[in-house]
Design a protein around this ligand. Sequence first.
Ligand code: DAH
Length: 331
Amino acid sequence: MAEIETLTAETAEQVEALRIKYLGKKGSVNDLMADFRNVPAEMKREVGVRINELKTLAQERIAALKEKVATTETATADIDLSRTAYPIALGARHPLTIVKNEIVDIFSHLGFTLAEGPEVEDDWHVYSSMNFADDHPARDMQDTFFVEAHPDIILRSHTSSVQARVMERNQPPIRVICPGRVYRNEAISARAHCFFHQVEGLYIDRNVSFTDLKQVLLQFAREMFGESTQIRLRPSYFPFTEPSAEMDISCHLCGGKGCSFCKHTGWVEILGCGMVDPAVLEANGIDSTVYTGYAFGMGIERITNLKYQVKDLRMFSENDVRFLGEFTAAN
Ligand code: DAH
């Protein structure tokens, strides 16, 4: 008994050796059991009780040793004091998130607040309220993803739908910046994807003019692409703005001199914009005789490509850590 109580072991192998020695098939406890039949009848009872006590004691002791050894072994195995601190590789923000945050930051310093709307939208918010005629080609199946059983429910194809969401719930002054994901039924290639991201801006108040729009966009372009950036506005057409324009920035790679990136023009297109069409204000419950506004919309992938020269749009959705890891420093 005393012998069993003082048993010790340092490793799992030693514990196992003890188990075999005392509790194994040919172990001492079994030997005693085998001798039991030679014990005289009048002593059987007492000897039986003693053997059972011995067996329980051995089992308990060995189980305790097993536990002790297991905890010390894992404790020492888990702690490697020679390892360098913080060996876990840190993740990086997605490049589109980095650029989105930067765009939102710039506009929030100019007084714009964040607004968001649903990606699964209805025709009204995406098209009708934005002054798209019923037969406008943008509603065509080629562009828009429809929900089969409910032709009125679509995946928004631009963030302009958030303009309608904001206007229907707020009266001017309105000054919002709306980032979000949009969907278009396009074949996936290096230059097109069936989903991408946009940022929409909307400002409505009394006496808002085209000059205000131009000034805000110039400020944005300089903060985003550098102090020496120039902008130019070219007349364009969107159903929801009148007049409409597309904005180019001077190519920040060649400084406007002309290079292969800007196709030797010195300019690269970055967004669409214009004065909110009075029909849009009226459709969304805002008095167009009192208020005017401007709006603009840009693709986040496009801005990211300009900043980081990502050649293939598919890189943004492939989750390749080698690509994503390149943006750790930009966090
Ligand atoms: N919604 C347009 C698009 O997806 C972008 C755009 C152009 C938004 C002009 C605007 C705007 O707010 O004024 O191509």
